[in-house]
Design a protein around this ligand. Sequence first.
Ligand SMILES: Cc1cc2nc3c(=O)[nH]c(=O)nc-3n(C[C@H](O)[C@H](O)[C@H](O)COP(=O)(O)OP(=O)(O)OC[C@H]3O[C@@H](n4cnc5c(N)ncnc54)[C@H](O)[C@@H]3O)c2cc1C
Length: 403
Amino acid sequence: MDQGRGVPGAIILAPRTKNTRTQNQELRTPHSEPRTKNTRTQNQELRTPRPNSPFSIFNSQFTPISLSLTNLCMFQILSYTTKNFEVNMRYDVIIVGAGPAGLAAAIYSARGGLTTAVFEKAMVGGQITVTEEVENYPGFEEPISGFELTAKMQAQAERFGAVFIEEEITAMGMEGLCKVIEAGGQYYRAKSVIICTGAHPRRMNVPGEERLTGRGVSYCATCDGAFYRDKVVAVVGGGDSAIEEAMFLTRFAKKVIIIHRRDELRAQKIIQERAFRNPKMEFIWDTVVQKIHGETRIEKLELVNRKTTDITMLPVDGFFIYIGILPSNQLLESRINLDSAGFVYTDEYMHTNIPGIYAAGDIRYTPLRQVVTATSDGAIAAWSAEKWIIENEDEFEVDCAEQ
Ligand SMILES: Cc1cc2nc3c(=O)[nH]c(=O)nc-3n(C[C@H](O)[C@H](O)[C@H](O)COP(=O)(O)OP(=O)(O)OC[C@H]3O[C@@H](n4cnc5c(N)ncnc54)[C@H](O)[C@@H]3O)c2cc1C
């Protein structure tokens, strides 16, 4: 399908080579296709903007000065010039991030009859795609891979008409009723935005870590602990969550060895005391992991004592890294309320402090970060967005009118 030729509002895009589930995807205007139709076809194409496209910002009233300032200060640009550039596409709901939270939000939003676009900068499915066996998502008696689980969610969302766009959202204008989004040099308007940008564990950045993630290296005891029955596992970290997750692992593993870079833990005293009393726990002090060894699975850790500089090998079946979890919040500037670690505060309706903007999943300040909680958040956020849109229908007609 030749997008942009005679299709008002369509975008012309160029082929992309990203490692995403859909190498070739086609964008459609939600108003030009029946909403209930599956919007993904076998050989869909993504293209980048052509300067001469009637739908390109290069033909709009956006000035060169504005363009050069864009990278420096997009939020202000979007705030002051929303009337001066061409908006390529309008949606009821734009979802930022296609992890489990974004996918569930897309299912609820599109099924509710709202035109819905989901933007994903990397891999549709989010963090869970690296996990080979998800055992704790309801409805799957046997383990399912994270990739397959989220592929099903994507297909379900597409069946209701959600559009997936393989672009990073790089700026968001939050002012007014109608929000403005920038992605891949294009501008989009939405009546509501759901932020599902997720989080990621802090990496150690040692050799072997990336290659053996999901093959014995894990960042989540709740997710993977049950795979280590009667095995020996090591945990790196000394804070509350490292020690609590290590204690959780003792339910399964026969031995849990904490490796800590200092000679005392940072965790609260009461948590430490419980850990020291646990007969399955052992501690290696003043030590860091400098390499993770293993061919197809983890085999051993190469440790270095920071005081003596002695190097030792520790054979393990699993290795859990707890040196912090980082929110993917680069997009959110000071106007969205965040906790001290950078996670978004919401209420139980997933409202942020900005009307019309919701947050769901791991990016939220929340006690549990799992697929099931992310999908639940996504559903609530989409439901809240729908109510918001219905309640403000008359105002949207003025504020989001065609320019
Ligand atoms: C190794 C590992 C194993 C796990 N195992 C389990 C398990 O067995 N069971 C379980 O329930 N949970 C598990 N989890 C936790 C689970 O993966 C997360 O709780 C869940 O993925 C959170 O979903 P989310 O949609 O909130 O965020 P994410 O999965 O982090 O998805 C966010 C998405 O947003 C995209 N994004 C970010 N910023 C932008 C932007 N500006 N523009 C466009 N896209 C953007 C990212 O690329 C990403 O794809 C595991 C996590 C890890 C790391």
